[in-house]
Design a protein around this ligand. Structure first.
Ligand SMILES: C[S@@+](CC[C@H](N)C(=O)[O-])C[C@H]1O[C@@H](n2cnc3c(N)ncnc32)[C@H](O)[C@@H]1O
Length: 466
Protein backbone atom coordinates (compact mmCIF):
# COMPACT_ATOMS: atom_id res chain seq x y z
CA UNK A 1 0.00 0.00 0.00
CA UNK A 2 1.43 3.41 -0.97
CA UNK A 3 1.99 5.40 2.23
CA UNK A 4 1.15 8.79 0.77
CA UNK A 5 -2.09 7.47 -0.75
CA UNK A 6 -3.05 5.87 2.58
CA UNK A 7 -2.42 9.22 4.33
CA UNK A 8 -4.62 11.08 1.82
CA UNK A 9 -7.40 8.49 2.24
CA UNK A 10 -7.35 8.82 6.06
CA UNK A 11 -7.23 12.64 5.83
CA UNK A 12 -10.36 12.62 3.64
CA UNK A 13 -12.07 10.15 5.99
CA UNK A 14 -11.29 12.52 8.87
CA UNK A 15 -12.87 15.37 6.90
CA UNK A 16 -16.03 13.27 6.67
CA UNK A 17 -15.96 12.04 3.05
CA UNK A 18 -17.85 8.78 2.51
CA UNK A 19 -16.16 5.54 1.42
CA UNK A 20 -17.87 5.87 -1.99
CA UNK A 21 -16.51 9.39 -2.48
CA UNK A 22 -12.99 8.35 -1.46
CA UNK A 23 -13.18 5.25 -3.66
CA UNK A 24 -14.13 7.35 -6.67
CA UNK A 25 -11.53 10.06 -5.94
CA UNK A 26 -8.49 7.75 -5.65
CA UNK A 27 -9.75 4.61 -7.44
CA UNK A 28 -9.33 2.48 -4.33
CA UNK A 29 -11.62 -0.21 -2.94
CA UNK A 30 -13.14 -0.54 0.55
CA UNK A 31 -10.41 -2.98 1.62
CA UNK A 32 -7.75 -0.35 0.92
CA UNK A 33 -9.66 2.31 2.88
CA UNK A 34 -10.14 -0.04 5.86
CA UNK A 35 -6.46 -1.04 5.82
CA UNK A 36 -5.39 2.62 5.89
CA UNK A 37 -7.71 3.27 8.88
CA UNK A 38 -6.50 0.21 10.83
CA UNK A 39 -2.89 1.30 10.19
CA UNK A 40 -3.48 4.75 11.66
CA UNK A 41 -6.11 4.09 14.36
CA UNK A 42 -5.49 0.43 15.27
CA UNK A 43 -9.20 -0.40 14.86
CA UNK A 44 -11.45 -0.82 11.87
CA UNK A 45 -14.09 1.89 12.40
CA UNK A 46 -16.27 3.50 9.77
CA UNK A 47 -16.87 7.00 11.14
CA UNK A 48 -13.72 8.64 12.53
CA UNK A 49 -15.51 11.75 13.74
CA UNK A 50 -18.22 10.10 15.79
CA UNK A 51 -17.72 10.24 19.58
CA UNK A 52 -19.33 7.56 21.75
CA UNK A 53 -22.84 8.78 22.58
CA UNK A 54 -25.18 7.31 25.15
CA UNK A 55 -28.80 7.21 24.09
CA UNK A 56 -31.56 7.98 26.58
CA UNK A 57 -33.05 4.62 25.70
CA UNK A 58 -31.72 1.48 27.38
CA UNK A 59 -34.10 -1.08 25.92
CA UNK A 60 -35.12 -1.61 22.30
CA UNK A 61 -38.55 -0.37 21.26
CA UNK A 62 -39.62 -3.90 20.44
CA UNK A 63 -38.17 -6.18 23.09
CA UNK A 64 -40.16 -9.35 22.32
CA UNK A 65 -38.09 -12.50 21.91
CA UNK A 66 -37.73 -14.04 18.45
CA UNK A 67 -39.87 -17.18 18.26
CA UNK A 68 -39.04 -18.72 14.86
CA UNK A 69 -35.80 -19.71 13.12
CA UNK A 70 -35.76 -16.63 10.87
CA UNK A 71 -34.56 -13.51 12.69
CA UNK A 72 -34.96 -10.17 11.06
CA UNK A 73 -34.43 -6.75 12.63
CA UNK A 74 -35.38 -3.75 10.53
CA UNK A 75 -32.97 -1.39 12.25
CA UNK A 76 -29.67 -2.50 13.76
CA UNK A 77 -30.47 -1.00 17.20
CA UNK A 78 -29.13 2.21 18.77
CA UNK A 79 -30.03 2.04 22.46
CA UNK A 80 -27.41 2.63 25.22
CA UNK A 81 -24.02 3.14 23.46
CA UNK A 82 -24.71 0.88 20.49
CA UNK A 83 -23.69 2.21 17.09
CA UNK A 84 -22.61 0.52 13.87
CA UNK A 85 -19.24 2.25 13.97
CA UNK A 86 -16.94 -0.75 14.60
CA UNK A 87 -16.80 -2.65 11.31
CA UNK A 88 -18.35 -6.06 11.57
CA UNK A 89 -20.07 -5.41 14.89
CA UNK A 90 -23.30 -7.30 15.24
CA UNK A 91 -26.74 -5.92 15.85
CA UNK A 92 -27.33 -5.82 19.64
CA UNK A 93 -30.67 -7.55 19.04
CA UNK A 94 -28.75 -10.79 18.43
CA UNK A 95 -26.81 -11.09 21.73
CA UNK A 96 -29.86 -9.65 23.56
CA UNK A 97 -32.10 -12.46 22.26
CA UNK A 98 -29.46 -15.10 22.98
CA UNK A 99 -28.67 -13.81 26.49
CA UNK A 100 -32.35 -13.53 27.45
CA UNK A 101 -33.23 -16.97 26.09
CA UNK A 102 -30.23 -18.97 27.28
CA UNK A 103 -28.99 -17.40 30.55
CA UNK A 104 -30.18 -16.05 33.91
CA UNK A 105 -29.33 -12.85 35.81
CA UNK A 106 -25.99 -13.32 37.58
CA UNK A 107 -24.72 -15.90 35.03
CA UNK A 108 -21.29 -15.58 33.41
CA UNK A 109 -21.34 -14.81 29.67
CA UNK A 110 -18.24 -15.00 27.45
CA UNK A 111 -17.61 -13.35 24.07
CA UNK A 112 -14.10 -14.19 22.83
CA UNK A 113 -14.46 -12.12 19.64
CA UNK A 114 -15.85 -9.16 21.57
CA UNK A 115 -14.79 -6.34 19.20
CA UNK A 116 -16.23 -3.04 20.42
CA UNK A 117 -18.18 -4.75 23.21
CA UNK A 118 -21.78 -5.09 21.96
CA UNK A 119 -22.33 -8.29 23.98
CA UNK A 120 -20.78 -6.67 27.08
CA UNK A 121 -23.18 -3.71 26.84
CA UNK A 122 -26.14 -6.12 26.71
CA UNK A 123 -24.78 -8.09 29.69
CA UNK A 124 -24.53 -4.88 31.69
CA UNK A 125 -28.14 -3.98 30.79
CA UNK A 126 -29.43 -7.49 31.46
CA UNK A 127 -27.64 -8.02 34.76
CA UNK A 128 -25.17 -10.74 33.72
CA UNK A 129 -21.44 -11.04 34.46
CA UNK A 130 -19.29 -10.80 31.36
CA UNK A 131 -15.80 -11.52 30.04
CA UNK A 132 -14.91 -10.02 26.66
CA UNK A 133 -11.75 -11.12 24.84
CA UNK A 134 -10.32 -9.77 21.59
CA UNK A 135 -6.97 -10.04 19.83
CA UNK A 136 -6.91 -6.30 19.13
CA UNK A 137 -5.95 -4.16 22.17
CA UNK A 138 -7.49 -1.05 20.54
CA UNK A 139 -10.83 -2.85 20.21
CA UNK A 140 -10.58 -3.69 23.93
CA UNK A 141 -10.05 0.03 24.72
CA UNK A 142 -13.09 0.93 22.64
CA UNK A 143 -15.19 -1.80 24.31
CA UNK A 144 -14.23 -0.49 27.77
CA UNK A 145 -15.41 2.98 26.73
CA UNK A 146 -18.66 1.56 25.38
CA UNK A 147 -19.68 0.01 28.72
CA UNK A 148 -19.04 3.24 30.65
CA UNK A 149 -22.59 4.49 31.06
CA UNK A 150 -25.12 4.82 33.83
CA UNK A 151 -28.68 3.71 33.58
CA UNK A 152 -31.55 3.31 35.98
CA UNK A 153 -31.57 -0.34 36.91
CA UNK A 154 -31.03 -2.37 40.03
CA UNK A 155 -28.03 -0.45 41.44
CA UNK A 156 -27.11 -3.10 43.98
CA UNK A 157 -27.11 -5.83 41.33
CA UNK A 158 -25.05 -3.59 39.02
CA UNK A 159 -22.41 -3.12 41.70
CA UNK A 160 -22.15 -6.87 42.21
CA UNK A 161 -21.68 -7.66 38.53
CA UNK A 162 -18.33 -7.81 36.75
CA UNK A 163 -18.03 -6.62 33.14
CA UNK A 164 -14.44 -7.28 32.13
CA UNK A 165 -12.46 -7.01 28.88
CA UNK A 166 -9.00 -8.49 28.25
CA UNK A 167 -6.74 -8.81 25.24
CA UNK A 168 -6.43 -12.47 24.31
CA UNK A 169 -6.83 -15.20 21.73
CA UNK A 170 -10.04 -17.20 21.31
CA UNK A 171 -7.96 -20.29 20.49
CA UNK A 172 -6.33 -20.29 23.89
CA UNK A 173 -8.58 -19.35 26.80
CA UNK A 174 -6.08 -20.20 29.55
CA UNK A 175 -7.43 -17.39 31.73
CA UNK A 176 -10.76 -19.21 32.01
CA UNK A 177 -11.28 -22.32 34.11
CA UNK A 178 -12.82 -25.54 32.80
CA UNK A 179 -16.63 -25.68 33.09
CA UNK A 180 -17.02 -22.16 34.48
CA UNK A 181 -19.01 -20.29 31.78
CA UNK A 182 -22.83 -20.24 31.51
CA UNK A 183 -23.13 -18.92 27.95
CA UNK A 184 -20.84 -18.17 25.00
CA UNK A 185 -22.10 -15.63 22.52
CA UNK A 186 -19.69 -14.61 19.74
CA UNK A 187 -19.38 -13.38 16.17
CA UNK A 188 -16.08 -14.50 14.61
CA UNK A 189 -14.32 -12.59 11.86
CA UNK A 190 -14.90 -14.16 8.45
CA UNK A 191 -11.99 -15.62 6.59
CA UNK A 192 -10.29 -12.76 4.75
CA UNK A 193 -13.31 -10.43 4.34
CA UNK A 194 -13.06 -7.53 6.84
CA UNK A 195 -9.61 -7.26 8.45
CA UNK A 196 -9.36 -6.18 12.06
CA UNK A 197 -5.64 -5.67 12.66
CA UNK A 198 -2.85 -4.46 10.41
CA UNK A 199 -0.97 -7.75 10.27
CA UNK A 200 -1.31 -9.66 13.55
CA UNK A 201 -0.88 -13.33 12.52
CA UNK A 202 -3.19 -14.34 15.41
CA UNK A 203 -6.02 -12.29 13.87
CA UNK A 204 -8.18 -14.94 12.19
CA UNK A 205 -9.49 -12.39 9.69
CA UNK A 206 -6.21 -12.69 7.73
CA UNK A 207 -6.59 -16.42 7.05
CA UNK A 208 -7.75 -18.22 3.92
CA UNK A 209 -10.68 -20.64 4.18
CA UNK A 210 -8.81 -23.88 5.07
CA UNK A 211 -6.63 -22.27 7.73
CA UNK A 212 -9.58 -20.33 9.11
CA UNK A 213 -11.56 -23.55 9.60
CA UNK A 214 -8.61 -25.31 11.24
CA UNK A 215 -8.23 -22.44 13.70
CA UNK A 216 -11.99 -22.30 14.37
CA UNK A 217 -11.75 -25.96 15.40
CA UNK A 218 -9.35 -24.86 18.15
CA UNK A 219 -11.86 -22.17 19.19
CA UNK A 220 -14.59 -24.85 19.30
CA UNK A 221 -12.42 -27.09 21.52
CA UNK A 222 -11.75 -24.25 23.95
CA UNK A 223 -15.45 -23.34 23.98
CA UNK A 224 -16.34 -26.92 24.90
CA UNK A 225 -13.76 -26.90 27.70
CA UNK A 226 -14.80 -23.66 29.41
CA UNK A 227 -18.59 -24.14 29.16
CA UNK A 228 -20.61 -25.75 31.96
CA UNK A 229 -22.47 -28.97 31.08
CA UNK A 230 -25.87 -28.40 29.49
CA UNK A 231 -25.08 -24.77 28.58
CA UNK A 232 -25.17 -23.03 25.21
CA UNK A 233 -22.66 -21.56 22.78
CA UNK A 234 -24.07 -19.21 20.10
CA UNK A 235 -21.96 -18.44 17.01
CA UNK A 236 -22.95 -16.13 14.14
CA UNK A 237 -21.24 -16.92 10.84
CA UNK A 238 -22.06 -16.37 7.16
CA UNK A 239 -21.02 -17.60 3.73
CA UNK A 240 -18.67 -16.08 1.17
CA UNK A 241 -18.76 -15.86 -2.59
CA UNK A 242 -15.91 -16.65 -4.97
CA UNK A 243 -16.11 -16.71 -8.77
CA UNK A 244 -19.91 -16.47 -8.73
CA UNK A 245 -20.17 -19.57 -6.46
CA UNK A 246 -21.06 -19.62 -2.79
CA UNK A 247 -18.36 -20.83 -0.37
CA UNK A 248 -20.40 -22.45 2.46
CA UNK A 249 -18.23 -21.12 5.27
CA UNK A 250 -21.25 -21.11 7.61
CA UNK A 251 -22.01 -24.85 7.28
CA UNK A 252 -18.30 -25.75 7.42
CA UNK A 253 -17.73 -23.75 10.61
CA UNK A 254 -20.82 -25.29 12.24
CA UNK A 255 -19.45 -28.73 11.37
CA UNK A 256 -16.19 -27.92 13.22
CA UNK A 257 -18.20 -27.24 16.41
CA UNK A 258 -20.25 -30.43 16.01
CA UNK A 259 -17.04 -32.43 15.48
CA UNK A 260 -15.69 -31.49 18.93
CA UNK A 261 -18.82 -32.77 20.69
CA UNK A 262 -21.39 -29.96 20.61
CA UNK A 263 -25.01 -30.75 19.72
CA UNK A 264 -27.10 -28.42 17.58
CA UNK A 265 -29.91 -26.87 19.61
CA UNK A 266 -31.08 -24.34 17.00
CA UNK A 267 -30.01 -23.24 13.53
CA UNK A 268 -31.28 -19.71 13.03
CA UNK A 269 -31.22 -17.70 9.82
CA UNK A 270 -30.31 -14.08 10.47
CA UNK A 271 -31.48 -11.88 7.60
CA UNK A 272 -29.24 -9.03 6.48
CA UNK A 273 -31.00 -5.89 5.37
CA UNK A 274 -28.14 -3.95 3.85
CA UNK A 275 -28.46 -5.89 0.63
CA UNK A 276 -29.30 -3.97 -2.48
CA UNK A 277 -32.32 -5.49 -4.18
CA UNK A 278 -33.02 -2.95 -6.88
CA UNK A 279 -31.26 -1.10 -9.72
CA UNK A 280 -27.63 -2.00 -10.47
CA UNK A 281 -27.47 -5.03 -8.18
CA UNK A 282 -30.83 -6.43 -9.27
CA UNK A 283 -29.85 -6.17 -12.95
CA UNK A 284 -26.42 -7.71 -12.35
CA UNK A 285 -27.79 -10.52 -10.24
CA UNK A 286 -29.89 -11.58 -13.22
CA UNK A 287 -27.35 -10.77 -15.95
CA UNK A 288 -24.53 -12.74 -14.27
CA UNK A 289 -26.87 -15.23 -12.60
CA UNK A 290 -25.87 -14.96 -8.95
CA UNK A 291 -27.79 -14.08 -5.79
CA UNK A 292 -26.71 -11.43 -3.29
CA UNK A 293 -25.80 -12.94 0.07
CA UNK A 294 -28.55 -11.80 2.43
CA UNK A 295 -28.29 -14.19 5.37
CA UNK A 296 -25.98 -15.48 8.07
CA UNK A 297 -26.37 -18.49 10.37
CA UNK A 298 -26.72 -18.23 14.11
CA UNK A 299 -25.92 -21.71 15.40
CA UNK A 300 -26.90 -22.40 19.01
CA UNK A 301 -24.81 -25.33 20.24
CA UNK A 302 -25.35 -27.23 23.46
CA UNK A 303 -22.68 -28.94 25.55
CA UNK A 304 -24.50 -32.10 26.45
CA UNK A 305 -24.07 -35.82 26.40
CA UNK A 306 -26.39 -38.21 24.61
CA UNK A 307 -26.65 -39.57 21.12
CA UNK A 308 -27.56 -37.69 17.96
CA UNK A 309 -28.70 -40.95 16.41
CA UNK A 310 -32.37 -40.20 16.95
CA UNK A 311 -35.01 -41.31 14.51
CA UNK A 312 -35.81 -38.46 12.19
CA UNK A 313 -39.40 -37.76 11.31
CA UNK A 314 -39.65 -35.81 8.08
CA UNK A 315 -42.71 -33.64 7.75
CA UNK A 316 -44.78 -34.29 4.62
CA UNK A 317 -44.68 -31.50 2.08
CA UNK A 318 -47.76 -30.48 0.18
CA UNK A 319 -46.42 -30.81 -3.32
CA UNK A 320 -49.04 -29.17 -5.55
CA UNK A 321 -47.43 -26.42 -7.54
CA UNK A 322 -47.47 -24.85 -10.97
CA UNK A 323 -44.67 -23.18 -12.88
CA UNK A 324 -45.58 -19.55 -13.55
CA UNK A 325 -43.63 -16.51 -14.76
CA UNK A 326 -42.36 -15.17 -11.44
CA UNK A 327 -40.94 -11.93 -10.19
CA UNK A 328 -37.29 -12.99 -9.99
CA UNK A 329 -35.63 -12.97 -6.57
CA UNK A 330 -32.19 -11.36 -6.38
CA UNK A 331 -30.93 -12.28 -2.89
CA UNK A 332 -30.36 -15.55 -1.03
CA UNK A 333 -33.45 -15.12 1.16
CA UNK A 334 -36.84 -15.70 -0.43
CA UNK A 335 -39.87 -14.79 1.68
CA UNK A 336 -43.07 -16.53 0.59
CA UNK A 337 -46.35 -17.49 2.19
CA UNK A 338 -46.95 -21.09 3.39
CA UNK A 339 -49.64 -21.43 0.68
CA UNK A 340 -47.64 -20.61 -2.43
CA UNK A 341 -43.99 -21.05 -1.40
CA UNK A 342 -43.46 -24.13 -3.57
CA UNK A 343 -44.97 -22.58 -6.71
CA UNK A 344 -42.90 -19.42 -6.24
CA UNK A 345 -39.70 -21.28 -5.36
CA UNK A 346 -39.91 -23.70 -8.29
CA UNK A 347 -40.94 -20.95 -10.72
CA UNK A 348 -37.93 -18.88 -9.65
CA UNK A 349 -35.57 -21.83 -10.01
CA UNK A 350 -36.93 -22.87 -13.42
CA UNK A 351 -36.72 -19.33 -14.79
CA UNK A 352 -33.37 -18.40 -13.27
CA UNK A 353 -31.59 -21.60 -14.30
CA UNK A 354 -32.99 -21.64 -17.77
CA UNK A 355 -34.79 -24.90 -17.41
CA UNK A 356 -36.12 -25.57 -20.90
CA UNK A 357 -35.90 -29.23 -20.16
CA UNK A 358 -36.61 -29.76 -16.50
CA UNK A 359 -38.05 -32.34 -14.17
CA UNK A 360 -39.24 -32.20 -10.58
CA UNK A 361 -38.68 -35.42 -8.60
CA UNK A 362 -37.86 -37.14 -11.88
CA UNK A 363 -41.07 -36.16 -13.60
CA UNK A 364 -41.77 -33.39 -16.08
CA UNK A 365 -43.98 -32.59 -19.00
CA UNK A 366 -41.16 -30.83 -20.78
CA UNK A 367 -38.63 -33.65 -20.69
CA UNK A 368 -36.98 -34.22 -24.03
CA UNK A 369 -33.46 -35.69 -23.90
CA UNK A 370 -30.94 -34.92 -21.13
CA UNK A 371 -32.18 -32.43 -18.56
CA UNK A 372 -30.98 -28.82 -18.13
CA UNK A 373 -32.42 -28.78 -14.65
CA UNK A 374 -33.34 -31.50 -12.15
CA UNK A 375 -35.18 -30.50 -8.98
CA UNK A 376 -35.67 -32.80 -5.99
CA UNK A 377 -38.00 -32.17 -3.06
CA UNK A 378 -36.80 -33.20 0.41
CA UNK A 379 -34.93 -36.34 -0.74
CA UNK A 380 -34.25 -39.00 1.89
CA UNK A 381 -31.32 -40.63 0.10
CA UNK A 382 -28.65 -38.69 -1.77
CA UNK A 383 -26.87 -41.78 -3.17
CA UNK A 384 -30.04 -42.94 -4.93
CA UNK A 385 -30.79 -39.43 -6.13
CA UNK A 386 -27.33 -39.06 -7.66
CA UNK A 387 -27.59 -42.36 -9.52
CA UNK A 388 -30.70 -41.03 -11.22
CA UNK A 389 -29.28 -37.56 -11.81
CA UNK A 390 -26.13 -38.98 -13.44
CA UNK A 391 -28.15 -40.58 -16.20
CA UNK A 392 -30.71 -37.76 -16.58
CA UNK A 393 -28.83 -34.46 -16.20
CA UNK A 394 -26.50 -33.10 -18.84
CA UNK A 395 -22.99 -31.85 -18.01
CA UNK A 396 -23.19 -28.24 -16.82
CA UNK A 397 -26.87 -28.81 -15.98
CA UNK A 398 -28.32 -27.59 -12.67
CA UNK A 399 -29.39 -29.80 -9.77
CA UNK A 400 -31.63 -28.09 -7.20
CA UNK A 401 -32.27 -29.89 -3.91
CA UNK A 402 -34.98 -28.52 -1.62
CA UNK A 403 -34.79 -29.63 2.00
CA UNK A 404 -35.48 -28.64 5.61
CA UNK A 405 -33.93 -29.00 9.06
CA UNK A 406 -35.67 -31.40 11.42
CA UNK A 407 -36.44 -31.16 15.14
CA UNK A 408 -35.51 -34.43 16.87
CA UNK A 409 -37.47 -35.94 19.75
CA UNK A 410 -34.75 -34.88 22.19
CA UNK A 411 -35.33 -31.26 21.15
CA UNK A 412 -32.15 -30.88 19.10
CA UNK A 413 -31.96 -29.98 15.45
CA UNK A 414 -30.70 -32.22 12.67
CA UNK A 415 -29.66 -30.07 9.75
CA UNK A 416 -30.48 -31.93 6.58
CA UNK A 417 -28.97 -29.07 4.54
CA UNK A 418 -25.57 -29.43 6.23
CA UNK A 419 -25.68 -33.20 5.73
CA UNK A 420 -26.56 -32.91 2.02
CA UNK A 421 -23.86 -30.28 1.42
CA UNK A 422 -21.31 -32.64 2.98
CA UNK A 423 -22.41 -35.70 1.02
CA UNK A 424 -22.41 -33.75 -2.24
CA UNK A 425 -18.94 -32.28 -1.61
CA UNK A 426 -17.51 -35.75 -1.09
CA UNK A 427 -18.85 -36.81 -4.51
CA UNK A 428 -16.87 -34.05 -6.19
CA UNK A 429 -18.98 -34.07 -9.39
CA UNK A 430 -21.12 -31.09 -8.51
CA UNK A 431 -20.10 -27.52 -7.68
CA UNK A 432 -22.31 -25.75 -5.18
CA UNK A 433 -23.54 -22.46 -6.65
CA UNK A 434 -26.09 -21.08 -4.19
CA UNK A 435 -27.53 -21.74 -0.74
CA UNK A 436 -30.99 -20.20 -0.80
CA UNK A 437 -33.15 -19.85 2.30
CA UNK A 438 -36.90 -19.92 1.83
CA UNK A 439 -38.76 -18.38 4.71
CA UNK A 440 -42.42 -19.28 4.90
CA UNK A 441 -43.92 -18.07 8.13
CA UNK A 442 -47.65 -17.87 8.62
CA UNK A 443 -47.37 -14.88 10.94
CA UNK A 444 -48.34 -16.83 14.05
CA UNK A 445 -45.91 -16.15 16.86
CA UNK A 446 -45.84 -19.09 19.21
CA UNK A 447 -43.81 -18.20 22.29
CA UNK A 448 -42.10 -21.41 23.27
CA UNK A 449 -39.59 -21.23 26.11
CA UNK A 450 -37.60 -24.23 24.98
CA UNK A 451 -37.42 -24.10 21.24
CA UNK A 452 -37.92 -21.99 18.13
CA UNK A 453 -40.43 -22.91 15.44
CA UNK A 454 -38.50 -24.04 12.35
CA UNK A 455 -39.88 -21.72 9.69
CA UNK A 456 -37.35 -21.95 6.87
CA UNK A 457 -36.30 -24.38 4.16
CA UNK A 458 -33.33 -24.45 1.81
CA UNK A 459 -32.75 -24.75 -1.90
CA UNK A 460 -29.21 -25.97 -2.58
CA UNK A 461 -28.22 -25.22 -6.16
CA UNK A 462 -25.47 -27.30 -7.81
CA UNK A 463 -23.92 -27.32 -11.25
CA UNK A 464 -22.83 -30.62 -12.71
CA UNK A 465 -19.11 -30.44 -13.46
CA UNK A 466 -18.74 -33.75 -15.28
C1 LIG B 1 -16.93 -9.71 13.70
S1 LIG B 1 -15.88 -8.92 14.87
C2 LIG B 1 -16.81 -9.01 16.34
C3 LIG B 1 -17.59 -7.75 16.59
C4 LIG B 1 -18.32 -7.72 17.91
N1 LIG B 1 -19.35 -8.75 18.00
C5 LIG B 1 -18.97 -6.34 18.08
O1 LIG B 1 -20.21 -6.26 18.05
O2 LIG B 1 -18.26 -5.37 18.17
C6 LIG B 1 -14.64 -10.13 15.10
C7 LIG B 1 -13.58 -9.76 16.12
O3 LIG B 1 -12.68 -10.88 16.28
C8 LIG B 1 -11.41 -10.36 16.63
N2 LIG B 1 -10.41 -11.44 16.45
C9 LIG B 1 -9.80 -11.88 15.34
N3 LIG B 1 -9.00 -12.92 15.61
C10 LIG B 1 -9.11 -13.18 16.94
C11 LIG B 1 -8.58 -14.16 17.82
N4 LIG B 1 -7.70 -15.08 17.40
N5 LIG B 1 -8.94 -14.11 19.12
C12 LIG B 1 -9.80 -13.17 19.58
N6 LIG B 1 -10.33 -12.20 18.80
C13 LIG B 1 -10.02 -12.22 17.48
C14 LIG B 1 -11.26 -9.13 15.76
O4 LIG B 1 -10.31 -8.22 16.28
C15 LIG B 1 -12.70 -8.58 15.75
O5 LIG B 1 -12.85 -7.59 16.74
Amino acid sequence: MSESLARKVVADKEKGLTDEQIGAKYSVNLKFIEKAIVEKYGVNISDLKRPIKTSKQFVPRDDTLQSTTVWSFKSRGAWATHSGNYRGNWSPYIPRNVIKRYSEPGDLVLDYFCGAGTTGVECKLLDRNFIGIDINPDAIKLAKENVKFDFQGDLKAQQQRVIDFVKGDARNLDVIEDGSVDLICAHPPYSDIVQYTENDPADLSHLGVENFLNEMRKVALESFRVLKDGKKCAILIGDMRKHKHVVPLGFWTIKRFLDVGFRLKELVIKRQHNCKTTGFWYTNSIKFNFLLLAHEYLAIFEKSVGTTKQRRKYGKWKTDYEIVKPELESTTVWIFSPEDWLTKTLSNIVHRYNGQNYAVDGEGKHVNGPLDLAVYLNPANITKLLQKVKSDLKTDGVLAILCEDVRLRNGRVFSKAIQIERQMRKRNQFMIQEIIVISCENGATIQNENELTISHRYALIYRRAR
